[in-house]
Write a new protein. Structure first.
Lengths: 407, 89
């Protein structure tokens, strides 16, 4: 009996995040799939191989000897016009770092999922955002999601962003390893027909591809001494400008997804009870669910607290953040990674830059580091973060960065 | 802002580069000694630039594209290729 349950109707299946990834990829009909296994992502490749074996996935499944090769295979196949998919995590993500730069620099619309996990240095097979944050300057679009349903939906949306002729950038859909990769919850699997029509606007053939009839070289050839440098500068500019366009594209695609499938996620970010909030927490990933519960509890106690779920991490949605955070009395950031050299978390560091640029540098802001290496981000910790943020809003002295797990 | 490429992708027409002669990079040139050559075709196979071709049963080197690396001379099983220094004009 087939393990895959896609068909002409929407079906709800209780499945984990890794299978949701595989369903998402399967429904987008990739031409080439190259996935190398790594905990906690291995099941993604296993499911895709099974779908392939059952004849559901009509793709070239390439068995690679490592992640560096999987990104190489995907880049090459995509340059020749194929739709490609790969998935990785942690060590694997770092092993393909040069490949990540090729994909974004040459504007190759690879779609990849990353099961967030700690990075080398201190051996641990546990979740944190450290890996996705370590590649934040690779020029990719990075989404970080909250639930298994959002994983599946975001993979589908990712192709609409990546392959859009106005964007042409690789997209990484990040989801917390362990917390989402192995968490089972009801996931609605769209019908193949719906996904086909959602992706139809891409008209693959319109994307510029490589062909032997019209040979190309990478970069700008050095006919004259300045060509190479100016050519590189030109393509860096175009790449950076395209990332800026991603912000509105993510909103458009999310709204279109909502119209088609009845689910949308706020685009770049979701403001949860932020409208009348005086203090706001900023968080991303699987801990957002817990944070919403705690926000609800504090609301019942009369505290005007809200939450921003940051969905798009690259490009950083600074304009929308400023819009939501305007007039707030204090901000608390939940960070699941460490930004070396700044002695705080990555989200905090990025948010500080956004606030300063948006003229909101005066709002007191605190950072809370928690949940590294598979430590739970608990209701108590989020409660503590809200408590301290409320305290700083009242004008009291509070330590800027708190490592909640060490308190 | 002025751009050289009308495209987003960081690729450029390869045509002008593909045909560009590189013979002037060379400081020594391979010379095949006709009487010694056993016509095995090994030089044709191993030349990194692919500038050796077979013509009427003999092997000829296109010096427009030979960079003078000397691999053919080193690899020739019957030592039929000599590397001769280019004259400085």
């Amino acid at each position: 009996m087939s393990e895959a349950r896609i068909g002409s109707e929407r079906i709800v299946e209780v499945c984990d995040g890794n299978k949701a990834v595989a369903y998402g990829a399967l429904l987008c009909r990739p031409d080439v799939v190259a996935v190398y296994p790594i905990t906690p992502q291995s099941a993604v490749g296993e499911w895709l191989c099974r779908f392939h074996d059952e004849g559901l996935l009509e793709a070239e499944v390439v068995r690679v000897e490592g992640e560096n090769s999987s990104m190489g295979v995907c880049c090459s196949a995509s340059l020749l016009g194929g739709r490609v998919f790969t998935a990785t995590s942690s060590w694997g993500l770092l092993f393909m770092y040069d490949g990540l730069l090729y994909a974004s620099g040459y504007r190759i619309p690879v779609v990849m999922t990353n099961a967030n996990r700690e990075t080398p240095g201190i051996f641990t097979i546990g979740n944190s955002s450290q890996d996705m944050m370590s590649v934040r300057d690779a020029g990719w679009v990075q989404l970080n999601v909250e639930s298994c349903q959002e994983i599946l939906d975001s993979v589908i949306m990712a192709y609409r962003i990546a392959e859009d002729p106005a964007i042409l950038l690789p997209v990484m859909v990040c989801y917390d390893g362990f917390y989402l990769s192995y968490r089972k919850e009801p996931v609605e699997i769209p019908s193949q027909k719906e996904v086909d029509s959602f992706l139809a606007p891409l008209e693959r053939s319109k994307r510029r591809i490589l062909s032997p009839e019209d040979p190309m070289i990478f970069g700008i050839p050095s006919f004259f001494p300045r060509d190479e440098g100016e050519g590189c500068t030109e393509f860096r500019y175009k790449h950076s400008a395209a990332l800026e366009r991603v912000k509105t594209k993510v909103e458009e695609v999310d709204q279109d997804f909502g119209r088609t499938f009845g689910r949308s996620y706020g685009g770049q970010l979701e403001g949860y009870r932020t409208d009348d909030a005086e203090i706001v927490l900023v968080a991303t990933g699987s801990c957002v669910g817990t944070a919403k519960v705690v926000v609800d509890q504090r609301r019942e106690e009369g505290l005007k607290v809200g939450l921003i779920k940051l969905r798009l991490f690259r490009p950083f949605p600074r304009e929308k953040l400023i819009q939501v955070l305007q007039g707030k009395r204090a901000i608390g950031v939940i960070d699941r990674s460490v930004c070396f050299g700044w002695h705080c978390g990555h989200l905090y560091m990025e948010l500080q830059a956004a606030l300063a640029r948006g003229g909101l540098a005066g709002i007191p802001t605190l950072d809370f580091i928690a949940g590294l290496a598979n430590l739970d981000i608990t209701e108590e910790q989020i409660g503590r973060a809200i408590e301290l943020t409320a305290k700083v809003a009242r004008g009291e002295e509070v330590q800027e960065v708190s490592w909640l797990s060490l308190e | 802002m002025r751009f050289r490429s009308q495209y987003e992708n960081a690729w450029y027409k390869a045509g002008p580069v593909l045909g560009k002669p590189v013979g002037d990079w060379r400081y020594q040139r391979p010379v095949i000694k006709g009487d010694k050559c056993c016509r095995c075709g090994w030089c044709y196979l191993i030349c990194p630039t692919g500038c050796i071709r077979s013509e009427n049963g003999r092997f000829v080197i296109n010096l427009d594209y030979c960079k003078g690396c000397g691999i053919c001379a080193r690899e020739c099983p019957v030592s039929a290729i000599a590397m001769v220094p280019e004259e400085v004009e």
